[in-house]
Write a protein that binds this ligand. Structure first.
Ligand code: SF4
Ligand code: SF4
Length: 96
């Protein structure tokens, strides 16, 4: 008898480490490189992976770096890590 397995993304956390765009081809390279298994492959071939454990993300960037399709996956930094420095003299904005 075949077993059915269900996976439910954790929606209780507001964090969403990455955003997949329409350019994603569902190759699952990002799923394979993630060291903490934030994603699982989508059951439908060609669709973007499912973010199953968003709160586990280390923001290491491996998934974004592994993707070969420009613009398919974008980092979504958590609010507390979006700070930046602004040079008063030059007005130049930078992250440190
Ligand atoms: S984001 Fe990139 S690496 Fe991940 S499934 Fe989509 S195309 Fe593949
Ligand atoms: S940033 Fe790192 S830990 Fe977070 S989902 Fe991507 S590979 Fe996984």
């Amino acid at each position: 008898m075949a077993k059915k397995i269900f996976a439910f993304p954790n929606v209780s956390t507001p964090s969403r480490p990455v955003i997949f765009t329409d350019k994603c081809k569902g190759c699952n390279l990002c799923v394979e490189v993630c060291p903490v298994d934030v994603y699982i492959p989508h059951p439908e071939k060609g669709k973007a992976p499912i973010i199953l454990h968003p709160e586990e993300c280390w923001y290491c960037g491996c998934c974004v770096g592994a993707c070969n399709i420009e613009g398919a996956i974008k980092f979504n930094w958590p609010l507390q890590q979006r700070g930046y420095w602004k040079n008063k003299a030059t007005g130049k904005v930078s992250r440190v």
